[in-house]
Design a protein around this ligand. Sequence first.
Ligand SMILES: [Zn+2]
Ligand SMILES: [Zn+2]
Length: 419
Amino acid sequence: MNFEELLRDNPCSCGMTHRCSIKHVIIESGAVKKVASLLGGYGHILLVADTNTYATCGEEVKAQIGEKLESVHVYQRDGLLIPNEEAIEEMRARLTEETDLIVGIGSGVIQDLCKCVSFQEKLPYHIIATAPSMDGYASVGAAMIIGGMKVTYSAHVPEAIVADCDVLKDAPMDLIKSGYGDILGKYSCLNDWKLARVVRGEYFCQYVYDLTFDMLVKTKDLGPKLLSRDPEAIRVLMEALVGVGIAMAMVGNSRPASGSEHHLSHFFEITGIVDDTPYFMHGTDVVYSSVYTEKLREELLKLDAPKPNTVPSREIWEENIRRVYSSVSDGVIALQDKLGWYNEDRFPAYCDNWQEIKLILAEAPSSDEMVGYLESIELDIGEFRKLYGDKKVEDALKFAKDLKDRYTVLWMYYDLMVH
Ligand SMILES: [Zn+2]
Ligand SMILES: [Zn+2]
């Protein structure tokens, strides 16, 4: 992929000029050897990693930084590193008046911490990727745990992303599967984006849609090669993960990368945190959830015409939200009250556009096809059903939409079929 072209200001027929402020993306074998070439102008660099990520390429990156290194902070944890207040403070304590750049080595958590702290301190950051595990490398969102709750801050993108395929290919297989799952979930979210354009007249960019879809197509059949850690397959996956992040930056929101399947995964993650029950890794949850969002599309396709639906009372809805979201239900209710979509009449939009809607729904792969992709990378949908159980999955299909201010097939299902 030609990242240079993608990172240029791009006036588009959608009316926007697409911009992304990332300056450098290097995804190749031996990329770590190019870190030094990106450090011109900086002289006091804080290098951040955890014990696992430092072990992958920490010494090489340190040698690349050379005399520009101010200090190294390696998080030491017995269990998982949590991106919480304590971790933020730990990194901040290593900054001086002179620090002019943060370089992080890692994937999810290290990236989120560097993103958050550098944003607070108005410093740029570079990320040296260690796993092709999710599409957040190029995104502004920093997923943090604050006050024990998951909060996604809008921070800033890195100045440089360096991904060395020789490092990435040795990442834990669960992380590689998760990255593949995050990309395969784009079938569902891109379909949601088209539905939102038709039903709610939402902004849509065909160029960014096609760009994202193209990356998905290049990745979808790589399951077996990823299982064997083929470096070329790893490179294509990583390009897609970074490219999708750039697509989000281009439209200024996460529409090209996150829809109903992500809402389901967030539901499982948030209820898991609240109830202290296990949940899958992000991209794995996303791709399992996509099987279910495709099932909803299949159900909706059976309708010859939209039928008027009886909506449950406010009391019943609130009761359910309190049951499934317990300690975080106030925030969910407040969000939906502010949004007002329960009082919006979408029925005329369904009636007027039903044939077009059906064509869009039919474009998405079937749930069986999605299961095929899962199997190609040795993920078993039975594991998903086993971990969450039927009731929790049913709750997610009904109430995950309430976590977000985004129209997806979950709302269409609610509007037309759920009761
Ligand atoms: Zn556009
Ligand atoms: Zn994702």
